[in-house]
Design a protein around this ligand. Sequence first.
Ligand code: ATP
Ligand code: MG
Length: 406
Amino acid sequence: MDVQSIKQRFGIIGNSVLLDRAIDIARQVASTDITVLVSGESGTGKEFFPKIIHQLSPRKHGPYIAVNCGAIPEGTIDSELFGHEKGSFTGAHEARKGYFEVVNGGTIFLDEVAELPLSTQVRLLRVLESGEFIRVGSSKVLKTNVRVVGATNIHIPDAISSGKFRQDLYYRLNTVPIFVPPLRERQEDIFLLFRKFASDAGEKYRMPAIQLTPDAQKILVSYRWPGNIRQLKNMTEQISIIEKNREINSETMVHYLPQLNVSDLPILYKGDDANKFTERELLYKVLFDMKKDVNDLKQLVMTLMQNDAPASSMHENQQIIKRLYQDEEQGTTPIHPIIIKPDDKTMDELIQEPEEIEESFSLQKKEIDYIRKALQKHDGKRKDAAKELGISERTLYRKIKEFNIE
Ligand SMILES: Nc1ncnc2c1ncn2[C@@H]1O[C@H](COP(=O)(O)OP(=O)(O)OP(=O)(O)O)[C@@H](O)[C@H]1O
Ligand SMILES: [Mg+2]
C-alpha cells in the first residue's frame, strides 16, 4: 500500500513532505516486529501511527489495544499491564490477566509512554527484550508475543537527564523513531485541514461550511498553532457553531486564537515592509516603556533618600512600585526577550545592596543639581519645580532645607 492510499484509508489530511516521510516509515516497519516510538508535539496526529503499523502488519487479525500510560494510577499500572494473582493486594479478589497477556499475538500502543513509573519501566524493558513478564504477586515467568508502539509528546532525553526515564528503555523503545512534525512546519497543510474540518462541521451541524476571507486565510496559515491539528480542529468547530455569518474575516478569526501575539505570527514579519514598520513601532514602545520606568525609578530613589519620608510619600512610592511591576505582569510590552525586572530581585533587595551607599553621594550631588536646575527654570517657583521633578512641594521644601540649596 502506498502513502497516498494509507492517508485515504486512515483519513489523514496533508501533503507535506515531512508528514509523508513519517507515514512512509510506518509503512516500511509495519511488516516487522520492531518496536517503534512515535514522538511529536501534542495534537500532531501521533495516534494514527500505531493503527497504521498494526493494520499493515501480519498481526492485523490479532488484538490491538491502546493504553494511556498517563491516565492509569501509579499503584495499579503494573497490574493493568502485566496482570496480578489473587490476593496479591487488597481488593485483588481474583487473578487477572494484564494487557501484555491478553494482546498476545497483537500490538500494544503505549501512549504517553514517558509517564510510566520507573519500576514499570523495568518490567517493560524485560518484556521488550525477552517477551518475559511476571504477574504482580507471582514468581512465575510468563511469555508473550506482543509488538509495542510507544508515543510521547515530551522530549525523552530531558526526562532521562532528570532521572524520570531509563536510558536503556529509551534505546530499546526508540529502535525505529517516527517524528510527527508540528503543524507550523507543514503550512501547506493548514488550509487543507481547515477545509476538511469546516466541511465536516457543516455536515454535522447541518449548516453551510464556513469560508475564510483572504485576510483570515493569511492569519490561519501564519499562526503558530501551539495545539497543532487538535487546536485547528476545535477552533474550526467552534467557529462553525458560533458564527452566524458563514464568511469569517480576520477580526472574527483573531477572537478564536487567544494566544495570538507577536511570537505566534512568525511569518508576518518576513520581508513585508508594512509589518517591519509594526515591529519597529513595537520596539519604540518598549523603549518608551523603559524610559517611563527609569523616570519612575528616579523619582522613587529621590524620595527614598529622605530619611524621614512622610506617610504621603510612602504611599506615592508604593504606587510607583505597583506601576512598575503591574506593567510587566500585564505584558503591555509584547516582546518577550526584553525583561525589565533585574534578576528577579524585589525592590527592597535592590535598595539594600551595598553599592547603593557609595553611589548615594554622586546621586545626592545629581539630586541637588536637578533641584537647582528645576528651580532656575521656574524662577524659583517651588510648586512648578516640584511638579517638574515629580515630587511633592513638601518634599522639595525639605530637600532645599536639607541640602542648603539657595
Ligand atoms: N493529518 C491529519 N488529518 C486529519 N486529522 C488529523 C490529522 N492529524 C491529527 N488529526 C486529528 O487531530 C486530533 C489530534 O490528533 P491525535 O489525538 O493523534 O494527537 P496526538 O499527537 O496523539 O496528541 P497528544 O500528544 O496530545 O495525545 C485528532 O482528532 C486527529 O484525528
Ligand atoms: Mg495522543
